[in-house]
Design a protein around this ligand. Structure first.
Ligand SMILES: NC(=O)c1ccc[n+]([C@@H]2O[C@H](COP(=O)([O-])OP(=O)(O)OC[C@H]3O[C@@H](n4cnc5c(N)ncnc54)[C@H](OP(=O)(O)O)[C@@H]3O)[C@@H](O)[C@H]2O)c1
Length: 421
C-alpha cells in the first residue's frame, strides 16, 4: 500500500481525492495538510487532516508527498524537506519548479527521490511522461506551444467577438478563467515558467526562466487582432525552444499564426505542445491546460507511476545550468503596427529605417485606427509585414521608428510563424 500525504485541499487537491475514490489503487491517503481543513469535512470524510505542516512532514510512514498549495516559500520547504528525507514528491507548482527546480532536482538526484510534475505543465497533457519515457534518448530539435489557457482564451474571444482586452479579461475573471490579479498570466510569466521547465528537459541543461526573452499580451490591442485577421493570421501567445545552427533559441511572446499552422485551431483555454523529434518526426499534444479533473488526473498518473517505480525519472541525474543564446539571432517575418501622422513622407522614412537595417518589406497597409480615441483623421495605423529578418535588427528599427516625430507611440511588433514545409 502506497501511503500518500496531500498538502493543499483546493481545486486540484479535492480533485485528486475525488478521483482516487473512484479507483481501485493500492493507495492510502494518510494525511492532509490544509489551513481551512475544518470547512472541508465533506471531502475529507474522516481522512486525518491538520494545519501543522511538521506533523505530516515528520511521519516516516508516508512514502509520497503531494504539494498542491500554490505559492513558493511553504511549497519549497515541504518539497525540500521530503526530498531531504529521500521521499518521493509530486507537485503541480510550475512557479516553484521554475524558481527552484535546479536545486530540487539536484537534491533529488543525490537522495534518490523521484519528482512527479506532470500537472505543473499544460494541465492534462502528458508531455512530461512522454519526454521521460517515449522520447528519452532522442534529440528534440524544436518545441513549440501554447502553454497558458487564460491568455489563449482572451485572445480567442477578442478575435471572435471584436471586443477589447479589458472587457474580455473581466469576463474571464468572472468565469474563473483568470485570477483576480492576472499579472502572472497576461505578462507571459506563467507560460515562461512552463517553457523554462520544458526547455530544460529537452536541452538537458537547467534553463533559468529569467533568461528567457518574454513578452505578454498586455500590449496587444483589438486593432492588432483585427489586422491580423484581415491578413489571414491569428495572434497566439507562443513559447518556442529550438536548437538551430548550434544556437539555443528560447522565447515566449505573441506570434502571428497562419491558417496552415497547427496552432491556428487551438482556441479558448486549450493548450498545445508540439515536439519535433530526431527520428520519430513531429508530435502534437493538445488538451485541457487547467481545470480540476484534467489537472488532478495528471497528479493521479504520477501517483500511479510511483506504483511502478522502475521507470526513469528526470530527477535521477545531476543538473547543470544552460543559457539560451541571444534571442536577437532569431529570424522570422514580423508584423509591425505604428500609429503615425497621416502625412506624406512618413512611409518613406520608416521604409528607410528598415532598409538601413537590411529588412525588406513584404506588405504595407494603412488604416484608420480602430481605437475611437485615436481615430481623429490626423493619425493612421501603418501596418507593415516584413520578410524574414533578424530580431536584433527589427528591435533597432522599432527603436528608431519610435523616435520619429511622426510616430505617436512605440510600434507593436509581432513575429509571424509559418509552417516550415
Ligand atoms: N487549478 C488548476 O487548474 C491548476 C492547473 C495546473 C496547475 N495548478 C497548480 O496547482 C497548485 C494548486 O492549485 P489550486 O488551483 O488547487 O489552488 P487552490 O484552489 O487555491 O488550493 C490551494 C489549497 O491550499 C490551501 N493553502 C494555501 N496556502 C496554504 C498555507 N500557507 N497553509 C495551509 N494551506 C494552504 C488553500 O487553503 P484555502 O482554501 O484556505 O485558501 C487551498 O485549500 C498551484 O501550484 C497551481 O499553480 C493548478
Amino acid at each position: 500500500m502506497l501511503k500518500i500525504a496531500i498538502y493543499g485541499l483546493g481545486t486540484v487537491g479535492q480533485g485528486v481525492i475525488k478521483i482516487l475514490r473512484t479507483m481501485d489503487l493500492e493507495v492510502e491517503i494518510a494525511a492532509v495538510f490544509d489551513r481551512s481543513r475544518q470547512k472541508k469535512q465533506a471531502i475529507l470524510q474522516g481522512i486525518f487532516a491538520t494545519d501543522n505542516v511538521e506533523t505530516v512532514l515528520k511521519r516516516d510512514d508516508i512514502d509520497l508527498h503531494i504539494e498542491l498549495l500554490g505559492g513558493i516559500e511553504l511549497p519549497l520547504y515541504i518539497v525540500r524537506s521530503a526530498i531531504d528525507k529521500g521521499k518521493n514528491v509530486i507537485t503541480a507548482n510550475k512557479a516553484l519548479l521554475a524558481e527552484h527546480g535546479y536545486t530540487l532536482f539536484n537534491l533529488a538526484s543525490r537522495t534518490n527521490s523521484k519528482i512527479g510534475f506532470e500537472a505543473s505543465i499544460a494541465g492534462a497533457i502528458p508531455v512530461i511522461r512522454n519526454l521521460e519515457t517515449v522520447f528519452r534518448g532522442q534529440k528534440i530539435t524544436r518545441l513549440e506551444g501554447i502553454l497558458n489557457g487564460t491568455t489563449n482564451y482572451i485572445l480567442t474571444r477578442m478575435r471572435q467577438e471584436s471586443k477589447p482586452y479589458t472587457e474580455i479579461l473581466s469576463d474571464a475573471q468572472n468565469l474563473g478563467l483568470a485570477e483576480a490579479d492576472p499579472t502572472l498570466d497576461v505578462s507571459g510569466m506563467d507560460a515562461t515558467h512552463k517553457l523554462a521547465i520544458l526547455s530544460s528537459l529537452i536541452l538537458n541543461e537547467w534553463i533559468d526562466y529569467r533568461r528567457i526573452q518574454t513578452r505578454g499580451i498586455e500590449q496587444i490591442e483589438l486593432n492588432d487582432i483585427l489586422y491580423a485577421q484581415k491578413m489571414g493570421y491569428r495572434i497566439r501567445l507562443v513559447g518556442q525552444c529550438e536548437v538551430r545552427d548550434g544556437l539555443k533559441h528560447v522565447i515566449l511572446e505573441p506570434m502571428m499564426i497562419s491558417s496552415r499552422h497547427f496552432l491556428w485551431d487551438i482556441e479558448m483555454e486549450n493548450n498545445a505542445v508540439s515536439l519535433e523529434t530526431e527520428f520519430a518526426g513531429p508530435h502534437l499534444f493538445v488538451g485541457k491546460g487547467a481545470g480540476q479533473n484534467p489537472t488532478a488526473w495528471s497528479v493521479i498518473s504520477d501517483i500511479q507511476r510511483q506504483l511502478t517505480p522502475n521507470l526513469p525519472n528526470f530527477a535521477e541525474k545531476p543538473w547543470q545550468y544552460g543559457i539560451p543564446d541571444d534571442a536577437g539571432n532569431i529570424q522570422s517575418p514580423f508584423y509591425v503596427r505604428a500609429l503615425v501622422k497621416d502625412e506624406p513622407g512618413v512611409l518613406a522614412k520608416i521604409a528607410g529605417i528598415f532598409a538601413r537595417h537590411k529588412i525588406s518589406i513584404a506588405t504595407v497597409h494603412q488604416d484608420n485606427p480602430h481605437n475611437a480615441s485615436q481615430s481623429d483623421g490626423k493619425t493612421a495605423d501603418l501596418i507593415i509585414v516584413t520578410h524574414t529578418a533578424k530580431r536584433s535588427e527589427l528591435l533597432k528599427s522599432v527603436e528608431e521608428i519610435t523616435s520619429l516625430d511622426e510616430v505617436s507611440a512605440p510600434p507593436v511588433f509581432i513575429s509571424v510563424i509559418e509552417p516550415e514545409n
